[in-house]
Design a protein around this ligand. Structure first.
Ligand SMILES: [Zn+2]
Length: 408
């Protein structure tokens, strides 16, 4: 299958500017040619892209495709196959918004990944962590102070986003178990969380030895660890013990941003979820203490982007949305461009996130790269709003050279 784009404006996922008047040929799932002059030869389809921008498919590096409902404690009580149907719906909508790849950091698993690969489920290419690992009373433990039962802390048969483990041997076993089940990387909770009942934001989670054990298990399997962290203390705790991608990072400071930079770590901010939790606190039934935790991290969000940019920490694009809030997946673009140049934000959602998922063939439009592409009505550097909504201004989406959305 050969598809030729004539006369497009090109954002290649790497540069600062959009190049007008480009011609791109896709053949056998790859970008075959990028040229400033017309490309000759046969093609199965020719797209006149005049006035439109061709760019890499978007990548979201922090999603929860199995978060069928916004209330994560309620999620655990739902039937797994019911949740799977919501997952399929959220994935399809992500593809319509132009997201051709996503990294799931808790809940997504190898079964859904296989279903997407085999075409049973329409959606982005998946990278998954399986269930996130957290400690007793941490950000995977929803029991609260009034439940004294032990419960199924491994949540093996529940549609929970995480499991509960304590101590080095249990951490090693759980990390290895998730990798056995097909996880692409390991996710841990290393800091208090907004939605959980018994872990304030200033508490760090897991000991250095526990984190090091999980990192050892991941690296032995040629992969890495991602950690949920807000405060500078928690970010440093996770990073110096070997974590590669630091999620959220709302309360980072300049010194710890320097630690991330020096260690070659990545930050994946996720501002839109705090905005949504604030707007919809009543509908979700967010408790008073959880609202206060949300206020703390939400107000620090934009400042954290400035700190990370100043320290030149590579920044991915993440959203962390739950349930019906997924519809705001692309609103993150609007929040970030309040403080960052649009080209930087676009690179976060393309070539930087491709590095994060360790697939440098994604996230760029260069010869030899995998042909995940979107066609955009408008110029996303001049007006990033053309990427927002539900993909209304994204008429064409390609995954590995195959058209998966076609309104062109
Ligand atoms: Zn998350």
């Amino acid at each position: 299958m050969r598809i030729r784009f004539d006369n497009c404006d090109l954002f290649d996922g790497v540069g600062d500017a959009i190049q007008p008047g480009c011609h791109v040929l896709v053949a056998d799932g790859k970008i075959d040619e990028v040229s400033e002059t017309a490309i000759a030869g046969e093609a199965d389809r020719v797209v006149d892209a005049t006035g439109r921008t061709l760019m890499p498919g978007l990548i979201d590096a922090h999603v929860h495709i199995a978060a069928a409902v916004p209330n994560l404690a309620a999620l655990e009580a739902l039937h797994p196959t019911y949740v799977a149907h919501w997952t399929a719906q959220y994935m399809s909508a992500m593809l319509d918004r132009g997201f051709t790849t996503v990294r799931d950091v808790g809940g997504g698993d190898a079964g859904t990944k296989r279903a997407q690969q085999e075409g049973l489920v329409r959606g982005p290419r998946l990278f998954t962590s399986g269930k996130a690992l957290g400690q007793t009373g941490g950000h995977t433990d929803f029991r609260g102070t009034s439940r004294v039962d032990v419960g199924d802390l491994q949540r093996r048969h529940l549609p929970a986003l995480g499991r509960v483990v304590d101590g080095v041997p249990a951490c090693l076993a759980a990390a290895r178990d998730e990798l056995r089940l097909g996880a692409d990387f390991v996710k841990i909770m290393a800091n208090g969380g907004v939605a959980t009942p018994t872990d304030p934001i200033d508490w760090i989670q897991f000991t250095p030895e526990e984190i090091q054990a999980i990192v050892t298990a991941a690296e032995a399997s040629c992969t890495y660890v991602a950690a949920h962290t807000y405060t500078a203390r928690a970010i440093e705790h996770a990073c110096v013990n070997g974590v590669r991608t630091l999620e959220h990072c709302n309360l980072i400071d300049d010194r710890v941003a320097g630690v991330l930079k020096a260690r070659g770590a990545y930050a994946v901010p996720t501002l839109i979820i705090y905005d949504c939790l604030d707007r919809h606190a009543d509908a979700i039934g967010l408790g008073g203490a959880n609202r206060e935790k949300n206020r703390m991290v939400r107000e620090a969000g934009l400042r954290s982007l400035e700190i990370l940019a100043r320290a030149e920490v590579p920044m991915g694009y993440g959203t962390d949305l739950l349930g019906w809030m997924h519809q705001d997946q692309s609103t993150e673009f609007m929040l970030r461009t309040q403080v960052l140049p649009a080209a930087d934000v676009l690179r976060s959602a393309t070539s930087v996130n491709a590095e994060i998922v360790r697939r440098p063939d994604l996230g760029q439009v260069t010869p030899g790269a995998t042909a995940d592409l979107i066609l955009v009505d408008g110029d996303p550097i001049a007006d990033i709003a053309c990427l927002t909504g539900q993909g209304e201004r994204i008429p064409l989406v390609l995954q590995e050279g195959v058209v998966v959305k076609d309104l062109a």
